[in-house]
Design a protein. Sequence first.
Length: 215
Amino acid sequence: MTDTTTYLFFTGKGGVGKTSLACATAVELADSGKVVLLVSTDPASNLKDVLESSVDENINPVKGIDNLFAININPENSAEEYRNRVTQPLEGIDPAATFVYQSNSKDFKESIVKSNIKDVPHISIPDFDFMIAGFPCQPFSNAGLRKGISDERGNLFEECEKILLEKQESLNPPIGFVFENVRGIMSSKMPDGISIPEEIVKRTKKIGLSNFRFT
């Protein structure tokens, strides 16, 4: 094992001996004086059985073998932690969007409300001709978990529906709406099996808005 690279990857389909080869290589390198970290991303990893040492989601020394450390990373947990770490700073009201609106406040007749739409009384929303809404895309995006309406953010289109419905009773009811989201919403399903866009069409037709176009 001379002139080894910094990282060695053992890949392949199940049962070809990835764990055995990785463990044997790690032990050989550790015995030669190298400090080795053995990593598995298999949710059903059997590293602890092969090494006869505790292996979990923390880096721990392998019992009985100097210089060898091991960790078993759960890929689903790690992916979720990464997504949370990246998206958490963006949660709430986007300060960049707020800045843009405030910088152009002279063009708005009404004040800018920075609140969760679920907390805003619908009666306080001024009458409008068109609703333009971009509810969260994470529940539908291929970059997310695609939980759809099982994700609390995935049913926010219902808030738009409620506002459109209530505004039909106003003196100047809305004449249309534009909903923006990612392509993944086209294949996201409701519990009864129809797609979310089809559900939106069905509900808004009941309100009286009946011309639709998907782009």
